[in-house]
Design a binder for this molecule. Structure first.
Ligand code: ZN
Length: 210
């Protein structure tokens, strides 16, 4: 069951983070149907739904070409920056962009803002959100930092563990990310917990297939 005063945060489901993109996460396309399923559940109630996107200028210290960690990706207005065409994006959904400053990495969705300049936190407060459910890409970067920031800012936070995938630059990054999210107070959920009337519980991290 989805609690009242909830919102869904869908992180960076953009072409460049999916197979075939500049920073394609292995098997990330497999989570698209599940992410869409979550979106429909939140749409039915309705609860606010936020989509973040990496939205970089062509030149930024975030890219390896200027000394940063990543190959160029999600450059504003390019194919790579577009949401994957199979993503279901309701008309009422709120799109938030991040990483526009040429000197910022902006991993967390809490660095993202809408086209009026309102940051995610402001919008969550405006909609009286207390519970933030997080899915999307990538678990060990933008999903993790969004979850940590949500907890630090006082929201209850629920990573949707069947609707995310990790980059795994190092082999155990996915598990480490999950451990960190749980340590700051995250409750791991899968779709069954939201479909059932009172189905909410913590999964032991060892049973996850990431
Ligand atoms: Zn980026």
């Amino acid at each position: 069951m989805i609690k009242s005063n909830s919102a869904l945060l869908v992180v960076d489901m953009q072409n460049d983070f999916l197979p075939g993109g500049a920073l394609g996460v292995v098997e990330a396309d497999m989570i698209i149907p599940r992410v869409n399923e979550y979106v429909r559940l939140f749409e039915e109630h309705p609860h606010p739904i936020f989509y973040t996107r990496d939205w970089h200028p062509p030149e930024t210290t975030h890219f390896v070409t200027q000394g940063g960690p990543w190959p160029p990706h999600c450059v504003q207005g390019t194919w790579g920056a577009a949401f994957h065409p199979d993503m279901h994006i309701p008309q009422e959904a709120i799109i938030l962009s991040k990483g526009m400053d040429p000197h910022e990495d902006a991993y967390s969705g809490f660095h993202a803002r809408d086209d009026q300049g309102h940051y995610l936190e402001e919008l969550l407060l405006k909609y009286e959100v207390m519970h933030v459910y997080v899915c999307g890409l990538a678990l060990d970067y933008c999903v993790k930092w969004s979850c940590i920031d949500a907890a630090n800012k006082g929201f209850h936070m629920y990573p949707l563990i069947d609707a995310t995938r990790a980059v795994n630059v190092k082999i155990h990054d996915a598990e480490l990310a999950v451990e960190e999210i749980v340590r700051v107070g995250g409750t791991l959920l899968t779709i069954e917990h939201l479909r059932e009337p009172d189905g909410e519980s913590v999964l032991p991290a060892g049973t996850l297939d990431l």
